[in-house]
Design a protein around this ligand. Structure first.
Ligand SMILES: Nc1ncnc2c1ncn2[C@@H]1O[C@H](COP(=O)(O)OP(=O)(O)OP(=O)(O)O)[C@@H](O)[C@H]1O
Ligand SMILES: [Mg+2]
Length: 407
């Protein structure tokens, strides 16, 4: 299959996670480049340079040796078998300008669906010498994604080779590792990342929600965190979490909707409400504590993860004594995937008494009308608050850590 005669102008390796796409494509890339002209230009790209280095450059160096591949991320260049290789991050629209005007003999793209379509199109237009080729890898996405509709579905017209990889095809992985990865994904993410299918996200976002309902222990937790989705017109949703062993439990929720109540609260009023909300939580053995917030030790600060857009409220909380504020990582889809994993693997438990959270999770659905993966944006405040905690604290390790695109 991989004899040179079989390669096309565009060569895409797609499919499940850990199926060997990156490994095989880098071997192929190195072998192919080594047989191409010395004086031509080559390029390797990913959503960012950090991702490129982490996913590809280090591995490529291990595969062919430092003598055959060396690189500098700051100079944005490498040498592969004596050939000059440009390195480029492609995270935004401006990145497309970076490759305008150059002529390439070959290009390598990691995780192609994460790139802007303009960048990908521009890259192809740069491959204009005879025999120029592109090598790319990707996991499947929404079937309406540009890579699927504009390229994969038109593979025959485009001189494009698409090869599907599945995790079970990678016989180099220990069976236990494969089992663990399979257990991490559910719903649409299982279909895409394990089964390698381009499927739309439909129905409930967290179909496993009822298995995650569990009353929290009444004793002191080992760690606490507060997550906040801020709103004045929209609802304000705060959740207090406690970590017991490997499991984060929802302890209490605070919820206020300025629209539903027809009275908006000021930042000051919200902060006072939070004081009362936190003071009301008294796990076993801390009643005698003289602190206003019973579960905190004297001088201890509460890790508070908050909607990054809530600038004024963040400033206000930072002035108060016991908050240690952390701005939330607000990447919706990666955050939802991690939250699904946390619920599914039992690392996150929801308190059945937290009515708003339980109501929202039962009704939290994918927007099937949108061509993208988007949740229906209604009654999603406790859901956002929960996602901020899970994704910002990265509670689902270790595979999630490797994949998380927080560069
Ligand atoms: N032919 C092979 N020989 C030895 N090891 C391999 C081979 N193919 C894959 N591996 C190993 O399997 C693991 C997963 O491979 P790889 O990272 O290429 O998967 P991937 O399909 O790119 O996954 P992802 O979608 O998560 O990026 C890696 O640790 C890699 O080193
Ligand atoms: Mg890969």
């Amino acid at each position: 299959m991989w004899q040179r005669g079989q390669l096309k102008r565009i060569n895409l390796l797609e499919g499940s996670v850990s199926s060997g796409k990156t490994w095989i494509s880098l071997v192929l890339w190195a072998f192919w480049v080594s047989q191409m002209p010395l004086d031509k230009l080559y390029l390797m790209s990913a959503v960012s340079l950090t991702t490129l280095k982490r996913n590809c450059l280090i591995l490529l160096q291990e595969l062919v040796g430092k003598d055959n591949f060396d690189f500098s991320v700051s100079v944005k260049e490498g040498r592969l078998f004596g050939r000059r290789v440009l390195l480029e991050g492609a995270s935004d629209i401006r990145s497309e300008g970076k490759i305008r005007g150059i002529t390439l003999q070959g290009a390598y793209v990691d995780e192609a669906t994460k790139l802007p379509s303009d960048f990908f199109a521009m890259l192809l237009s740069r491959l204009r010498v005879p025999g120029a080729k592109l090598f790319a890898t990707t996991n499947p996405e929404n079937p309406a994604h540009w890579l699927k509709t504009d390229y994969i579905d038109r593979a025959e017209d485009l001189s494009m080779l698409c090869v599907k990889f599945l995790i079970d095809d990678n016989t180099t992985l220990p069976a236990e590792y494969v089992e663990n990865i399979k257990r991490e994904y559910t719903g649409v993410f299982y279909d895409r990342f394990i089964l390698g299918k381009w499927v739309q996200a439909e129905g409930l976002i967290y179909p496993m929600w009822s298995d995650a309902l569990e009353y929290p222990p009444t004793r002191q937790a080992e760690k606490y965190a507060l997550s906040i989705d801020y709103g004045t017109q929209n609802a304000f949703a705060a959740i207090l979490w406690g970590k017991f062993g490997n499991v984060w439990h929802q302890l209490r929720e605070y919820y206020y909707s300025g629209r539903a109540e027809r009275v908006q609260k000021t930042d000051e009023e919200y902060a006072n409400d939070l004081d009362t909300f936190l003071a009301g939580y008294t796990p076993d053995g801390c009643e005698q504590n003289q602190n206003a917030v019973k579960f905190l030790k004297p001088g201890e600060k509460l890790l508070t993860i908050i909607d990054p857009s809530a600038a004024s409220f963040i400033a206000l909380l930072m002035k108060r004594r016991y908050y240690k504020v952390l701005k939330a990582n607000n990447d919706v889809n990666d955050g939802i995937r991690e939250t699904g994993t946390a619920l599914h693997t039992g690392k996150l438990k929801l308190n059945p008494d937290c009515e708003k959270t339980v109501f929202e999770i039962q009704n939290y659905t994918w927007d099937e009308k949108s061509g993208d993966d988007k949740p229906v944006k209604v009654n999603d405040h406790a859901m956002d608050s929960m996602r901020y905690m899970v994704f910002t604290l990265n509670i689902t390790k270790p595979h999630a850590e490797r994949r998380a695109s927080i560069d």
